[in-house]
Structure formats: C-alpha cells, structure tokens
Design a binder for this molecule. Structure first.
Ligand code: AMP
Length: 396
C-alpha cells in the first residue's frame, strides 16, 4: 500500500530526511546530508539500527537527493510504498496560512519570501526542484513554520514603525516553530480533553527557542518576529534587545550593520554569555562542576523564557496549560524548574520530584497540586505533522 512519505528538511548546507510509514507513526529510514557545497560532504542513512555514512563525490543538493533515490532503488519495498514528499519550509510570509501542494507558483512564492530567510528559502526551493526532477511522479507538499501564526491579530503582528514599511515591504512579525506548535496543540487536545477551547502556553526550547500562546486552538501571539532572531535568548542568538545596540556594536567593532547582526545571530545567546558553548547539556555539566559563567547563561535563558511566556500570555483569557517541548524543554529539568520559579506570580508551579524524574521522550504532567495551570512535557514531532499534512493534501 502506498502510504509512506519522504520528509525533507533542506537547509543551505544540510539536508535532513526521513521516510515515515503507517500514517506517520513509523520511521523506516532517516538521515542527513551534511556540509553540502563543500569538498567534505557526506550523507548518513540510519536504517534498522545501523548507521551508514557515504562520502559524496559532489556536494550538491541534487547529489544528496540522488543518493536517497539510489538507496530506495536497493530497497524496492519501501520505494514502492512512497506516496509523496513533504518539505519543511521556514518562511511562507503572508502567502501561506496552511500547507500547500507544490507547483511552480508555490515555488515562486517561496523564493519571493527569501528576503526574510535568505539562507533557508532558496535551499527549500532548490530541494523541491531537485525532488521534482528525480521523483517526477510523486506529489509534493510544502509545510511552513510561519503558517500557524497567520491567525495573529494586527495589534500583535504589526511593529510600531511607519505603516508604509508593512504596506510596501511586508515588515511584520511572522513567528516560527509553527509546525511544532500545531503538533503540540493537537497532541494536548488528545490527552487534555477540551484544551482546544482553552488557553495554552507553549515553550519550544531547542537551539532555536520561542514561546507561543494558543487561544482555542489558534496561535494568538508568539515571541519570534520577522526573523527567528526576536524573542528568547537562544543557543547563539541574542533574542530581543534594544535595537540601538546594533549601531553601538558596529561602531565599537568598526563593522557594518550586517556584520553586527551576524554577532547577534551567531555569537550571542548561551554561547556569547557563557563563553563556553551554545549547547545546554554542555553548560549544565559546566555548571555542575562549578562554572559560574555557565550558571549565569542558563539563568538568563530561564529568566528571559519566563518573561516571553508571560508576554504572550496577555493574549489569553486564562492560562490553562503550559507545555515544555524541544530538546531543552523536554530534557532540562533545571531550566523547567527555574522558568517556573519565575512564573509564581501567575500561580504556575511544578512538582519538583515529577520534574526531576520525568522519563525521557514521554508526555507527562508535572504540575504541583496548587498550580492553577497544568504544566506538561510533550515531545514535539514536526516530521509527523509534515507527513500527515502531505497525506491529507495528496489525497484531495
Ligand atoms: P533541539 O534544537 O530541539 O534539537 O535542542 C537542542 C538543545 O537541547 C541543545 O542545547 C541540547 O544541549 C539540549 N538538550 C538535549 N538533551 C538534553 C539533556 N538531556 N539535558 C539538557 N539539555 C539537553
């Protein structure tokens, strides 16, 4: 039966992929092509518990997809089960409020949004063109990180700058991690009946991190903006700060505004403050061995996450649920605890024993008895969402 979906997440120098079967419930094979565009590119396949790394003789995106096709020809049962391809797309601008069956117009619209995601959108468009060339018979679907946030009201998505920048240049908040938030909202509705009619806060905390308020199933505010730089402090991104700093940094270092922006995107956040690493796990280990810089970076991360949770909560009528997800949200009991300590005024509290002993990879309620809000850990699953959207759109 044809029900497998090839999920592709095509970045500028990497291409992650997975083939999901059985309505997205089963991952048959997954992998990543890395360092594309360089002489040292490789592609890794993880299949039946084995990892196989192949050096790529030509580090183009096309060659990476060609290797996936080759792999499929030597696994004909999986090849014949393929029903379609789903692509993750970072920026859909105002053109896409839901996933879309890909045709040339869709590819052109994705290229149009490239001004706001110059590293990602051209790579996504390339991935789609290459996939059409190598898998000519297969329908393809685009799933956008921004789409879920198209329900924000103008007072939330507009920046208080002259309106012609919105009218002529489309400068506004778009928000990201939408596929993860949509998954969490649907998953929560399965385990907490009625939550799709309530107020939900979600902290998606990974190397990129953001918060979202979901009012009756719809995104009502989110911390990221026109790009994923706004909002929380992240692995290497500063998050929100006084925009004057951009000019001060470029003067202090005698560099252009773009180079200063690069510092805010790539050298700030956990990495910039700790001067050790952008990786939460590494910083927790450093903190445990007594490094005060690691503790300061983690505590700043927690304080700013709490602030941005409280901020997006202003669009809700009540805070019935708070969900932690993403690599950090799912795994760091320290950060969950400190974040919730900052939310005491909102009457949000967690049970520290449940928090510390939360089993990895499972959905669990960690609220304290006195908390007004149900606090959850829910592992996110963006690939599943992409596979399900693909199945649903290709069946129409
Ligand atoms: P993501 O971008 O969602 O894959 O998340 C990556 C982040 O999750 C990195 O900062 C990791 O250090 C962090 N992370 C993963 N596992 C753990 C863990 N067990 N404890 C603390 N942080 C973790």
């Amino acid at each position: 039966m044809k029900d497998s979906i090839l999920v592709i997440n095509c970045g500028s120098s990497s291409l992650k992929f997975a083939i999901l079967a059985n309505a997205g419930q089963e991952t048959l094979v997954e992998g990543i092509a890395e360092r594309l565009g360089s002489d040292e590119s490789s592609i890794t396949f993880k299949f039946e518990g084995q990892k196989n790394i192949i050096q790529l003789e030509d580090g183009s995106h096309k060659n990476a997809v060609a290797h996936i096709k080759n792999w499929l020809s030597s696994h004909p049962i999986i090849e014949s089960s393929l029903a379609g391809i789903g692509h993750r797309v970072v920026h859909g601008g105002e053109n896409f409020s839901e996933s879309a069956l890909i045709n040339q117009n869709v590819i052109d619209s994705i290229k149009e949004c490239a001004q706001f995601a110059p590293l990602h959108n051209p790579a996504h468009a390339k991935g789609m063109e290459v996939a059409f060339e190598l898998f000519p018979g297969l329908p393809q679907v685009a799933v956008f990180d921004t789409a879920f946030h198209q329900t924000l009201a103008p007072e939330q998505y507009l920046y208080p700058i002259p309106m012609h920048f919105y009218r002529e240049n489309h400068f506004r908040k778009y928000g990201f991690h939408g596929t993860s938030y949509r998954y969490i909202s649907q998953r929560l509705a399965q385990i907490a009946k009625g939550s799709d009619q309530q107020g939900v806060l979600v902290a998606h905390l990974g190397n990129g991190a953001s918060t979202c308020a979901i009012n009756k199933g719809l995104s009502s505010d989110t911390s990221m903006g026109i790009t994923p730089l706004e909002g929380l402090m992240m692995g290497t991104r500063s998050g929100s700060l006084d925009p004057s700093l951009l000019s001060f940094i470029s003067q202090a270092e005698n560099i252009s505004a773009d180079a200063a922006l690069d510092i805010l995107n790539k050298k700030s956040g956990l990495l910039g403050v700790s001067e050790i690493s952008n990786d939460c796990r590494t910083l927790e280990e450093a903190m445990e061995s007594g490094d005060p810089r690691a503790k300061l970076a983690l505590d700043m991360f927690a304080a700013r996450t709490a602030k941005h949770l409280a901020s997006v909560a202003t669009t809700l009528e009540s805070i019935d649920h708070l969900v932690f997800t993403g690599g950090i949200g799912e795994n760091s009991s320290y950060l969950r605890q400190v974040i919730c300590n900052h939310l005491k005024a909102l009457n949000i509290g967690i049970n520290s024993t449940l928090n510390e002993n939360a089993p990895r990879g499972e959905t669990i309620n960690i609220s304290s008895d006195s908390s007004n809000t149900n606090v959850w850990i829910i592992p996110t699953n963006e690939e599943l969402m992409i596979a399900l959207d693909t199945i649903s759109l290709i069946q129409h």
